[in-house]
Design a binder for this molecule. Structure first.
Ligand code: PMV
Length: 318
């Protein structure tokens, strides 16, 4: 049997993080420049299934049986196993990832999607995109508590999406490519904690927080129109407005603000934090002739890593 190989990209949120948890829309795009890769082979000679982790942070072999019940690798594998009757075959799974963990780029959702796709193929089960997405969401719920579902959706679909909880997902057709630079503050935070802080802020100060969430919802809807009409100046302007609203929600940090300011000073169309915030990465929308200047500026403003990528217009075509 040839090896099964399955991959899933990272993601960034262009508009609407946090507000999406409370029923506002959000827009996310896949980031192909970083990815999780899963390779699966049947075990012919051994007596147990093995997980081989091969990424920039870890390099180790672990018997599958030793993984804890809620382990983010074990959960999506068992979700698929529960779809078949009888004992699953022994397997050797190698996982490598270039998606930084706890940085707002969807590492856990990408792991769940790549494993779900790979294991179902290994077992010869045909799963629809919707099913892959809902199984990945189950893993996300175990890892993150109450995620909106935007991360697993954009990663499973692999195209720019407009996402509203409990509504059909809309794939966005973007007429022109988007040049993005993602800048790393080097700080790592757990989205689950920042989401809890926002919930506490909303519960204690609803008259302050509710209007901020509504403002973010409006920015996202305007962002959808600007993306569809190819008005990148407007997209950038709205991203920067979104960052200001996220600052009001208290999910930014001095490092994120410094990187956003640096990008804007060097000619970015727009810049904002992305994902949970308080650290992790920020995202910058750039014209192609400013990429170099903005990258140099971000580095000297303290960015520990940069990911330069573009969202191709063709990616959004169905
Ligand atoms: O930090 P990330 O990449 O997991 O993004 C989270 C986005 C939030 O809106 C803050 C949470 C969610 O579940 O949508």
């Amino acid at each position: 049997m040839p090896a099964i190989i399955s991959k899933a990209p990272g993601k960034t949120i262009l508009f609407g993080e946090h507000a999406v948890v409370y029923g506002c829309p959000a827009i996310a795009v896949p980031i192909e420049a970083v990815q999780v890769k899963v390779t699966i082979l049947p075990v012919i000679k051994g007596s147990q299934s093995i997980i081989k982790i091969r990424n920039f942070q870890r390099f180790e072999d672990i018997p599958f049986a030793d993984l804890e019940k809620n382990n983010p690798i074990r959960v999506p594998i068992e979700n698929i196993f529960s779809q078949i009757g009888g004992k699953p075959p022994l397997f050797e799974m190698t996982i490598s990832s270039t998606i930084p963990i706890a940085a707002g780029l969807g590492s856990s959702a990408a792991l769940a999607v790549a494993i779900t796709k790979g294991v179902s193929q290994f077992l010869g089960i045909q799963l629809s995109l919707d099913k892959i997405n809902s199984l990945a969401l189950q893993s996300e719920i175990i890892q993150h508590g109450s995620p909106s579902g935007i991360d697993n959706s954009v990663i499973a679909i692999g195209k720019p999406i407009y996402f509203l909880k409990n509504s059909p997902i809309v794939i966005i057709e973007i007429p022109n490519s988007l040049n993005l630079i993602l800048g790393d503050t080097g700080k790592r935070t757990l989205t689950r904690n920042v989401v809890q802080e926002v919930r506490h802020f909303l519960d204690t100060e609803p008259t302050i927080v509710q209007p901020i969430l509504e403002k973010i919802g409006k920015i996202t809807d305007n962002g959808l129109n600007a993306l569809r009409s190819g008005n990148l100046e407007e997209v950038g302007e709205l991203m920067t407005q979104n960052h200001k609203a996220l600052k009001e929600l208290k999910v930014s940090s001095p490092d994120l603000d410094r990187l956003v300011d640096s990008a804007m000073k060097n000619g970015a169309l727009g810049a904002k934090l992305c994902g949970g915030g308080k650290g992790g990465y920020m995202v910058t929308l750039c014209e192609s002739n400013t990429l170099e200047k903005i990258s140099v500026g971000l580095k000297s403003a303290g960015a520990e890593n940069l990911i330069q990528t573009s969202i191709n217009a063709s990616l959004s075509k169905e």
